[in-house]
Every structure is written in C-alpha cells, then in structure tokens.
Design a protein around this ligand. Sequence first.
Ligand code: PGA
Length: 244
Amino acid sequence: MRKKLVVGNWKMNGGLATNAKLLHALAGGWDARAGRALAVCVPFPYLGQAQAALMGTTIRWGAQNASEHAAGAYTGEVAASMLAEFGCHYAIVGHSERRQRYRESDAEVAAKASAVLAAGLTPIACVGETLAEREAGATEAVVLRQLDAVLLALSGAAKGMVVAYEPVWAIGTGKTARPEEAQAVHATLRARLEASGAGDVPLLYGGSVKGDNAAALFAQKDIDGALVGGASLQANEFLAIAGA
Ligand code: PGA
C-alpha cells in the first residue's frame, strides 16, 4: 500500500507568534508512524521559521507556489532554488485559487512543476473542477486536461510529483466530495498516471477535509492522503486528520 501523506496548506494565514504555537504543537503532538507522512506548506516569509521549528522532526515543510523561471527580472516572484535553500520538501503548484485569481494557465502550472522538480523538490500539482464544470458533466475532461499538461512537461520525471484533486466547489465551503465521488475522480487520474508510467504517484484529496471525514476518504482505494486548508491551522484538527 502507498504511504498516506497529509499536507497542510496554510494559505495566506499566520504570523510569527501564532505559527510558533502551531509548529510547536505539531512537532510535539505528531507520533511518527510507519505508513504516514506529514507536511505543512507555509507562506514564503515563514519558511525559515518552519525550518527551524521542524528540522530534526519527521514533519516536512514546503511552499505554496514557485516561479517557473530559474532567476532574473521577475519582481515579486520566488524561485524553486530559493525554496530548496530553506529545506523545503514540497511546493504546491496550480492551486485553484492561483488558477482563478491569478490567471495561472495549465502551461504555466506545468512549467512551475518542472522548475520545482529541477530544484530537487516535490511539486504537489493541484487539479479540480468548478461547480459549473461538474454540473456540465465536464469533471473528467477538466482534471485530465490539467493533469496532461503537467505530465507532458515532466515526461519521464512525473514519478517525482504528488497530485492533489481538489474540487473547487469543496474548497473552504464545508462541502466535501462524498468519498465515492472523490474516489471516482481519483480512479480516472490514477489510470492516466499509470498510462504515463507514474501509477504510484500519491493522489491526495483536498476540499474541506476535517478530523471527522478523513477516515472515510482515506479508506478509498485511490485516495493516498489529503491537502488540508482551514483545518491545518488548528493543531488538534490537523493531527486528527493525519492520524485518521
Ligand atoms: P480547505 O482548503 O481544506 O479549507 O477546503 C483545501 C485547499 O484549498 O487546499
């Protein structure tokens, strides 16, 4: 069986004092156990703080975005090589909030995934349909289009990524996809990954995952863990998900 991976996405939340408490609670409260892995993706300015707090623990850390470029005149951007210097293991790419609010295209997301891999980190590539797309019966077409762009860019290196399925209508809304609903999409993604020689890539589910719904999701055949937003800001809730 694939290892279960639970990754927190703090989004644009936190501050030095609240982070210190949260990281301390996670470091103290997480019992490393076989078959489970835990990570947090924090805002860029707090990478050093996460590194200092989590170094020497089994909890990994990462960022929520990265530039597709290696270096140069890209004001406000952060290169994957910079993330590597702060010990990041992961960088999320293509989160729906970035696709929607910052107009990131499939091609840009794929280029970011490549840049992250090239810097020695693991990209967590997000895919997911909007409510309108789901209602139009386009869920499969949308997630496969998003995944294919990344697979094309990574080609043989796709084995080194993580994929997160996050239905946009389930993010931060309290509406979770039913476990069977999520599994159906995961099975589609898994088939495509297998066809690309990357069948063992961890497939995370994201969208209103909580301590009380995680176990049912994790029981699905192709759900290998979770990408957790809101609930990752509360140590107890996040640890409950990780232990589910
Ligand atoms: P949520 O966010 O858990 O708050 O729904 C998930 C995400 O956006 O990664």
